[in-house]
Design a protein around this ligand. Structure first.
Ligand code: Z5A
Length: 217
């Protein structure tokens, strides 16, 4: 299966629980792709436009209480703006877009975490994205607690969701661990950053086919 679109564009999502190494991998993969000649755009979710960044601040503010539905629609408002104003134009001009989180995170946090109805959430997500799906979703698998320990060691303050109890993190983690489909691959997030990068690069290169010749990068 080829990952990319007709013009050499490709949409790659990196997913997984908190502290799994998504941001680290996104940066490393972007660098590999650039070395191979790709025009790469890195984005994170929620975020990436002024409206999406404002939604992010609200959604993750540890001092704000909100209903699960309000949280869902903040995530989807951010995604709708990012997809229509940034991701689609980038793909249309032949760029490779790497996003740090996408729709699998909504299934993990808002469906499994908050208990919102899956079918309705997926339908709302389809509306927000105009049915755009990643060509490849890379899930970083991590046992419960490891990511939290990494974030604590790095001194990262906990956002609203990271303050939830252990049962919540276990429910969320099961969605990432169980994600499957022809466009989904899993990588062991306990490997070193170098090894994670190498495995991701092999997967991307294998699926991008002739866009990035095997000898490069
Ligand atoms: N959210 C949602 O609820 N619904 C949605 O639809 C979407 C999002 C899209 C965004 O948080 C929050 O939004 C998230 C879900 C919610 N909140 N929660 N929970 P975020 O994106 O700002 O942060 P995060 O993804 O939760 O965590 P993070 O700290 O950015 O983690 P990361 O990107 O996966 O990891 P990292 O920053 O690359 O690395 C973390 C630390 O581990 C750092 O010190 C690294 O040096 C280290 N690291 C990285 N890789 C490794 C390896 N391989 N081994 C050892 N150490 C490593």
């Amino acid at each position: 299966m080829a990952v990319g679109g007709e013009s050499g564009s490709a949409f790659i999502a990196i997913e997984g629980p908190e502290g799994a190494g998504k941001t680290t991998l996104a940066q490393r993969l972007a660098s590999r792709l650039r070395n191979a000649g790709a025009d790469v755009l890195e984005v994170r979710e929620p975020g990436g436009t002024p409206v999406a960044e404002a939604a992010r601040r609200l959604a993750l503010d540890p001092d704000l209480e909100m209903s699960p539905l309000a949280e869902l629609f903040l995530m989807l408002a951010a995604r709708a703006d990012l997809v229509s104003r940034v991701i689609r134009p980038a793909l249309a001009s032949g760029r490779v877009v790497i996003t740090d989180r996408f729709d699998l995170s909504t299934e993990a946090y808002q469906v499994a975490g908050r208990g919102l109805p899956r079918k309705a959430v997926l339908e709302a997500n389809r509306l927000a994205t105009g049915e755009l799906k990643p060509h490849l979703t890379i899930v970083l698998d991590l046992p419960d607690g490891v990511g939290e320990a990494r974030q604590a060691a790095a001194g990262k303050p906990k956002d609203r969701m990271e303050r939830e109890a252990a049962g919540w993190h276990a429910r969320v983690g099961r969605v990432f661990a169980g994600a499957s489909g022809p466009a989904v691959i899993h990588i062991d997030g306990t490997c070193s950053p170098e090894e994670v990068e190498l495995r991701a690069w092999e997967a991307v290169r294998g699926r991008l086919g002739e866009t990035f010749p095997k000898g490069q990068g």
